[in-house]
Design a binder for this molecule. Structure first.
Ligand SMILES: [Mg+2]
Length: 463
């Protein structure tokens, strides 16, 4: 099956140019401005940091909040030429913190800067704040970085992946999220994903004795989608329960049943969601070895990189981690010591395309591949950024893909395609995403939280 997202009316099939795509040759032909004076021997002072070529100076940066199927935060940067770039600043469950960081502290620094100076702007925002790293800071920097790459590619009149080195493959293998409260529901969910075209499947299932388990979606019989949406629109977070021993007893039998039903070839993935101790994770990895997982994800709380040493010593099940990481520093031990096989960072939470590219280049030296985070809290803007990067890098592994709802697709008009299990970012200039203000304004922000866990005795556990 092929899902073709409609192209925007501004990129009509008549070949009419996007009005915001100015001719880069015209821009380049203009007076380069004061920056050129830096080569003059008469000037020994540093060039002004806010120097811009006349047209590519940032005229405005707007922080846009919408909530079609869930909350999304988008940064829209516009140059004096009228070229527009988008960045995804969504931080699931903490959205307004990034809105404030951008509006109150970053936007005033952007206006007047040369939009072409992506690396300089990244370093300026990272180093000048003094307070480095962290999800809020790095989500804000990521939004700026992606918006500036979008702008640069629109000036170049190319799809963004071309500026990253061009395509290294024909399509991007994606995995979908199958789940079920019991085996018949799970099998049905896997078959539905196969019908949608998915050739790789993440498997999550309920555990006997636990009321609500991470990753198990509402089933179609209840009117919901199979795709799992953990963030609940409510003034307080939902409380779930957890029992790691019950989980460890149950999961290997689930994978045995799935392998028996679907055969040895289907790539299967599983997410432990940071709930095990190192020795528990080691046991699960060993127990799952007969079922040949593509990866076991987030088996231990990610902030302790050294925990993966113990897990690694005990199992050959491939390991993936990093969706809560923000910078290359979070990966220092696990990459250098080859403790993982896949980097799970999102473009949107790791400082953008520039920073995730650096992490993946570091990982490539150790034969570690990408597995970029792509749940529904990554907006279509963040998803497009991931796809352009996926297509260009050599050490691509797999791309997570949870399809957004129809209302989200109305707000963010996209050019990417999903055909027979493979994604492609499309051939429009830039990211290939257009933000529809009129539709977006219909959906106001709604407070929403991720759930949390308590053990049977009431102790707060890792969610
Ligand atoms: Mg995960």
């Amino acid at each position: 099956m092929t899902t073709q997202h409609p192209t925007s009316t501004e990129h009509a099939s008549t070949g009419a140019a996007d009005p915001r795509d100015v001719d880069a040759r015209d821009v380049d032909a203009r007076d380069p401005g004061p920056a050129s004076a830096t080569t003059s021997t008469a000037s020994r002072t540093a060039p002004p940091a806010r120097t811009a070529r006349p047209g590519s100076a940032i005229r405005s940066a707007e922080v846009l909040v919408t909530s079609p199927d869930r909350n999304f935060v988008t940064l829209r940067i516009t140059t004096e030429d009228g070229v527009v770039g988008l960045g995804d600043a969504t931080l699931n469950g903490r959205e307004l913190s990034v809105v404030s960081y951008l509006r109150d502290h970053v936007v005033p620094l952007l206006v007047g800067r040369d939009a072409h100076r992506i690396e300089d702007t990244w370093q300026f925002l990272y180093r000048s704040a003094y307070w480095r790293r962290g999800p809020v800071t790095m989500a804000a920097i990521a939004a700026v970085d992606v918006a500036l790459w979008d702008i640069k590619a629109r000036y170049a009149r190319m799809p963004l992946y071309q500026l990253l080195g061009g395509a290294s493959r024909n399509g991007i293998m994606a995995y979908g999220h199958a789940s079920g409260r019991d085996l018949p529901e799970l099998f049905d969910s896997i078959r539905r994903h196969q019908d949608l075209g998915f050739r790789s499947i993440r498997v999550q299932t309920s555990v006997p004795g636990i009321d609500a388990v991470y990753g198990v979606a509402a089933q179609p019989s209840s009117g919901g989608r199979y795709d799992y949406e953990p963030a609940q629109r409510a003034p307080l977070p939902a409380e779930e329960d957890w029992d790691t021993r019950a989980y460890l007893r149950h999961i290997p039998a689930v994978f045995e049943a799935v392998r028996n039903e679907f055969g040895p070839e289907l790539p299967l993935l599983h997410d432990g969601h940071h709930r095990m101790t190192p020795i528990q994770a080691a046991r699960l990895g060993k127990d799952l070895e007969p079922y040949d997982l593509f990866w076991l994800e987030d088996c231990t709380p990610a902030e302790n990189q050294e925990a993966l040493r113990l897990v690694r010593q005990h199992t050959t099940t491939p390991l993936a981690i990093g969706e809560v990481f923000n910078t290359v520093w979070d990966y220092q031990t696990v990459i250098r010591e080859q403790l993982i096989d896949y980097v799970r960072s999102a473009v949107t939470h790791t400082g953008g395309i520039s920073a995730l590219r650096r992490i993946l280049d570091f990982a490539a030296q150790y034969q570690i591949k990408s597995g970029i985070h792509g749940p529904t809290d990554i907006s279509p803007v963040g998803m497009a950024a991931a796809l352009h990067l996926d297509l260009a890098i050599h050490n691509f592994g797999i791309q997570e893909y949870m399809q957004h709802g129809a209302r989200t697709d109305e707000v963010f008009r996209q050019s990417f395609t999903f055909t027979d299990g493979f994604l492609h970012p499309g051939e429009q200039n830039g990211l290939g995403v257009v933000y529809d203000d009129e539709v977006a304004d219909r959906f106001e922000y709604q407070p929403a939280y991720l759930p949390f866990n308590r053990l049977k005795d009431g102790t707060v556990h890792d969610w």
